[in-house]
Write a protein that binds this ligand. Structure first.
Ligand SMILES: C[S@@+](CC[C@H](N)C(=O)[O-])C[C@H]1O[C@@H](n2cnc3c(N)ncnc32)[C@H](O)[C@@H]1O
Length: 408
């Protein structure tokens, strides 16, 4: 608990407002009733998705009965503000990333304690009276609506259903990878939770973030635990995303205009590049490696660089008369080489499909977790990588060049 702080109530209300707009609100409880109705005990508030759109459901708990009323977010926030510190002196706010406790005194002073909570397997319920479905990113998040993924009722729009599923799947995967890389507070070695969660602010960079669907998802998942930066070459998208982040109350999410190859990333813990075309994926990996990032996550696409170099071994020549096999071979050779080079660079590497091919054919994900020092001395591994490159006739490859790894 911090010492008495006259701005604590305002800070609490700001946290509440941000949680409502970015969809992170789980519940709010008001207690220590001091109003005129002697039967009133508590007020419980939670988000609900109704036909009329996302609303906040108020449950007024009296000694012998509950009274329930739904309010649109702006009206609900105004009412909570009017109650806090007068009708109710205590408040507990639960969001997907924080627990905030406010204590008000009758003299107008207030105290606030905020605790960051570890991301766990729990998901935030999307709300809704008739159908409760759990998602890590609540469907009622207003940024999803602003990006056109959900409708005014907080439901995925039919034409964006695949994108909605992709966002949820990606968020689950990232949470698991962050955990595996020991980057989440819950997996840090310290046994003192308050110390370990408060001290850690991850630096995450999403390279080639586009409209920021997955960047906003990460910022929602991690809340105050991470500073998230989206890098995008198209300035109009950057301006759009920055406006949206500001209006939705994301304090630790920002977007910068620039190219992947030229954006310095000092101190980045996590570097992500999803569907950054062709060698932009290599540039993002190289940036992450240079920054010493603990986790690199890429979903490569448009693997063109190696196609002109690929010389089919004679035994494959007949098979490779077919264009689709040539294309798949180029994808396989490019991404396999990337994975091997990341291993050589001291990263434990995993390659997997991250979403069903039914949603997108560009579904391969390559994740690398820092495991040790660069394996420059590992002649055996370097030799195997060169054998692989020679087998396919590869002389140069962008990531190898970045790493000064001789393929010949
Ligand atoms: C296919 S979109 C993917 C967007 C986002 N990562 C996703 O998966 O939803 C690729 C984005 O990367 C951007 N991009 C491509 N090359 C880039 C580069 N070299 N530097 C920065 N952004 C780049 C494009 O403008 C585009 O918005």
């Amino acid at each position: 608990m911090t010492p008495t702080d006259p701005t604590a109530r305002d800070r609490f209300l700001a946290l509440l407002g941000a949680a409502v707009s970015n969809g992170a609100l789980e519940k709010l409880t008001l207690g220590k009733h001091r109003g005129t109705d002697a039967t009133l005990r508590n007020l419980f508030v939670r988000p609900v998705a109704l036909k009329a759109g996302p609303q906040l459901c108020f449950v007024w708990r009296h000694a012998t009965r509950d009274i329930t009323k739904n309010l649109p977010p702006a009206e609900a926030l105004a009412q909570i503000e009017s109650l806090l510190g007068s009708t109710f002196l205590d408040a507990h706010l639960f969001t997907s990333s924080q627990i905030a406790q406010l204590e008000c005194a009758l003299d107008g002073s207030s105290r606030l304690a905020v605790k960051t909570v570890a991301a766990g397997p729990r998901a935030v319920a999307s709300g809704g009276h008739d159908r409760m479905k759990s998602h890590l990113i609540p469907a009622t998040s207003s940024w999803l609506r602003a990006l056109g993924v959900t409708n005014d009722r907080g439901q995925p729009r039919a034409e964006m259903a695949a994108k909605f599923r992709q966002i949820q799947k990606f968020t689950e995967l990232l949470r698991d990878l962050l955990d595996e890389a020991k980057l989440l507070a819950s997996s840090a070695p310290s046994s003192d939770e308050s110390e370990r969660v408060e001290d850690r602010s991850l630096r995450i960079v999403d390279m080639g973030c586009g409209k920021g669907y997955l960047t906003f998802a990460l910022a929602t998942l991690l809340g105050a635990r991470a500073d998230v930066l989206g890098v995008e070459v198209r300035p109009e998208l950057v301006a759009f995303c920055n406006d949206l982040a500001r209006s939705q109350g994301f304090a630790q999410l920002r977007f910068a205009a620039g190219s992947i190859a030229d954006t310095p990333l000092e101190g980045a813990d996590v570097v992500i590049a999803l569907h950054a075309c062709d060698t932009a994926t290599d540039d993002a990996l190289a940036r992450g490696l240079a920054a010493g990032a603990s986790l690199l996550v890429v979903a490569p696409c448009c693997q063109k660089e190696l196609r002109p170099q690929l010389a089919a071994p004679p035994v494959l020549a007949d098979a490779l008369r077919h264009g689709i096999f040539q294309e798949r071979q180029a994808e396989f050779v490019t991404d396999a080489l990337r994975a091997q080079l990341l291993e050589w660079a001291g990263y434990r590497t995993k390659v997997f499909e991250f979403i069903s091919t039914e949603h997108t054919p560009k579904n391969l994900m390559l994740a690398a977790i820092k495991a040790g020092p660069r394996g420059a001395a590992d002649d055996a591994l370097a030799g195997r990588i060169r054998d692989f490159a020679r087998f396919y006739g590869i002389r140069t490859q962008r990531l190898a060049t970045h790493l000064a790894f001789p393929l010949l």
